[in-house]
Design a protein around this ligand. Structure first.
Ligand code: ADP
Length: 150
């Protein structure tokens, strides 16, 4: 059984995140989407809403579940008996961050990070852009996974 966690803030979960999970399901038997709760990081969506968006998106996919966590990512992965961390990379900036984090996580826990490169269709989509548009009351449905309503 190959189980991965896909950790992130997911404030909110976008169609870019959704695509990484769908593609990850070709590599892993199960993916646990871990919504990280960091009290020092201000979020727009409360954690319950962030989880419910993910649950709506994967309502018909029993191999995906959503959980919140407030520990170190490697401790969360170990508690859930996951041997892999899944992450997505859009830019050189993402690459630098993911490389150092994956290196530290591997040295600290032995857990390997598997990165998938963004589909170019979604390369410019970020939770930050979605939050900005919401602030100005714009329609953001095209940035959300299918079958999700806020
Ligand atoms: P974090 O705060 O941990 O970076 P995010 O919720 O912003 O969490 O992102 C979670 C993961 O999804 C990260 O690996 C990020 O690079 C990746 N990601 C975000 N948006 C996209 C996208 N449009 N395409 C591919 N990967 C993405």
């Amino acid at each position: 059984m190959k189980r991965a966690i896909f950790p992130g803030s997911f404030d909110p979960f976008t169609i870019g995140h959704y695509d990484i999970v769908l593609r990850g399901l070709t590599l892993f038997d199960e993916i646990i989407i871990g919504v990280g709760v960091n009290p020092s990081k201000k979020s727009l969506f409360p954690v319950e809403k962030r989880l419910s968006i993910i649950e709506q998106a994967f309502a018909n996919e029993p191999r995906v579940k959503a959980m919140q966590y407030n520990s170190l990512t490697i401790d969360f992965a170990q508690a859930e008996e996951a041997s892999y961390i899944l992450r997505g990379i859009r830019t050189v900036g993402d690459f630098e961050y993911e490389r150092t984090t994956a290196d530290n996580n591997q040295k600290l826990s032995g857990i390997e990070t598997v990165v998938l490169f963004t589909d170019t269709k979604y390369a410019s989509i970020s939770s930050t852009i979605v939050r900005d548009l919401i602030t100005y009351e714009k329609d953001i449905s095209r940035f959300l996974p299918p079958n999700v309503s806020l």
